[in-house]
Design a protein around this ligand. Structure first.
Ligand code: NAD
Length: 483
């Protein structure tokens, strides 16, 4: 069983207190590495969400809402330092809960601390403008918080998404209600405790675990919520956007992707290789910005296939705490989805597979990482987000064809371009339809300072960096006539 003496896993966190879910219902926590049930979380419902939103609203009218920006910033910096003191514990929790290899969980915990540091430092640097206008007027803009903000997040990167979403919202002076995924809540609850200890006033952050269609929908539809930040699947995103429309509130949607890496014949293949494979298998492929499509210029195709296949043959999936190349998938359901896609690729040649490490528990949700050889761009495996350790190689003839394939899925989250030709780098950076484009790298190391988000089916709105801060404010124009 789980040993988490420092916070309460089976309660909601509302108004600075651990509270039993009003329904009394709990959800099992499964360790995806071995299928064991290791504890319970609260299954919050509409009634719990109502309490959390009330607490958030009260905090905006109280200490938190009146707090000067520099003090808010200092609290976020204190949270950052507390997260740093607990990196190992947080990483272990995330590995047990999500199945991530330990070093990935550690990177996520470090990112959480860094988000709090970045947004802590930025809190007192959010300002409006004075605007030139007619004689006799002074005109300026104010950036004000929205008020109560809803944060509905998935299971694949809880700590990173809490960092970018809650960090930016608090820095801008909002109160938050966080609905973590029913499949991974532990670090969200741990974070709430850390924030309280670090001095965050009661009600500024509330956490209600629960099911999406129940607690999640109640939060998104709540009339006192003034902004919704959603990260998750396209289907749920569509529903959330309709709920936001009903209440006429802004919504940020961070959805999935089918992100390409495009390799031209002049690319530095040795530099590219770790990114080609790494961006497909990180977090067992359960990454919104996973690079699931590898587009390769014809003349380089054979060499890339051979080198990636060699790397795949060495990959091993196993229990998160053994810290191998990959952990398990989050759940049996997710493994079934991935298995069904592998079957849909039955008409394709498999270039190579990794292995499940000997000794991995039978009841863990492991799949062998799989690299498919030449794949048509319109094949279902090259069109749909799979969310598993699967990559497809797609050959192309020339630049125009590469761009057409890269832009041909309706998604547009991120893309990588590998070429030494400077003019081509600049041309493609403009032609590729994605929220982030990387040239001769992939992912920019997670870059918390860099605005991130999608276009098309990958969503809209930007998180990370200063853009996120602006998104968590509403702009007011004041026009004072003094003649
Ligand atoms: P999901 O959409 O099933 O769930 C995400 C969250 O939404 C969970 O908290 C869930 O409880 C809640 N939810 C589900 N249905 C809801 C509803 N009807 N109303 C309100 N809330 C609801 O997604 P998932 O399976 O947890 O996560 C995987 C997806 O997230 C993938 O598609 C992935 O690409 C995406 N993702 C995107 C980013 C990004 O930054 N773009 C980052 C991580 C994950």
């Amino acid at each position: 069983m789980l040993d988490c003496a420092w916070f309460e896993t089976d309660k909601t966190f509302i108004d600075g207190e651990w509270v039993k879910p009003l329904s009394g219902v709990r959800i099992d926590i499964e360790n995806p590495s071995d299928g064991e049930i290791i504890g319970e979380i609260a299954c919050g419902s509409k009634a719990d969400i109502d309490c959390a939103v009330d607490a958030a609203k009260a905090s905006m009218a109280g200490e938190w809402g009146c707090m000067p920006a520099d003090e808010r910033g200092r609290i976020l910096l204190a949270i950052s330092r507390s997260v740093e003191r607990r990196l190992k514990e947080l990483a272990r929790l995330e590995s047990i809960d999500v199945g991530k290899p330990l070093r990935q969980s550690m990177a996520d915990a470090v990112a959480l601390a860094r988000y709090m540091e970045f947004y802590g430092g930025a809190a007192d640097k959010i300002s409006g403008q004075t605007l030139p206008f007619k004689h006799g007027y002074t005109v300026y803009t104010l950036r004000e918080p929205h008020g109560v903000t809803a944060h509905i997040i998935p299971w694949n990167y809880p700590m990173q998404i809490i960092g970018r979403s809650i960090g930016a919202a608090l820095a801008a002076g909002n109160a938050c209600v966080l609905k973590p995924s029913e499949e991974a809540c532990l670090t969200a609850l741990a974070f709430a405790d850390i924030a309280r200890e670090a001095g965050l006033p009661h009600g500024a952050l509330n956490v209600v675990p629960g099911l999406g269609e129940d607690a999640g929908a109640a939060l998104a539809a709540h009339p006192s919520v003034s902004h919704i930040s959603f990260t998750g699947s396209l289907d749920a995103g569509r529903k959330i956007q309709s709920m936001a429309a009903e209440n006429v509130v802004p919504v940020t949607l961070e959805l999935g992707g089918k992100s390409p890496q495009i390799l031209f014949a002049d690319a530095d293949l040795d530099a590219a290789l770790p990114f080609l494979v790494g961006a497909g298998i990180q977090n067992a492929g359960q990454t919104c910005s996973a690079s699931s499509r590898i587009l390769v210029e014809d003349s380089l195709f054979g060499e890339v296939l051979e080198k990636m296949a060699c790397r795949y043959a060495e990959l091993a999936a196993g229990p998160a705490l053994r810290d191998l190349d990959l952990g398990p998938l989050i759940s049996r359901r997710q493994r079934d989805v991935v298995d069904s896609y592998i079957r849909l690729g039955g008409d394709l040649e498999i270039a190579a597979k990794g292995k499940i490490a000997p000794g991995s528990p039978e009841r863990g949700h492991y799949v062998e990482p799989t690299l498919f050889a030449e794949t048509r761009p319109d094949h279902v495996l090259a069109q749909e987000e799979i969310f598993g350790p699967i990559q497809n190689l797609i050959p192309f003839r020339d630049e125009d064809e590469a761009v057409a394939i890269a832009n041909g899925t309706g998604y547009g989250l991120v893309a990588g371009i590998w070429t030494r030709d400077g003019a081509r780098q600049m041309r493609l950076a403009r032609k590729i339809e994605a929220g982030q484009v990387y040239i001769n790298n992939y992912g920019a190391g997670g870059g918390i300072e860099l605005p991130f988000g999608g276009i098309g089916k990958s969503g809209h709105g930007r998180e990370k960096g200063f853009e996120a801060l602006y998104g968590f404010t509403r702009l007011k124009t004041v026009a004072a006539c003094h003649v």
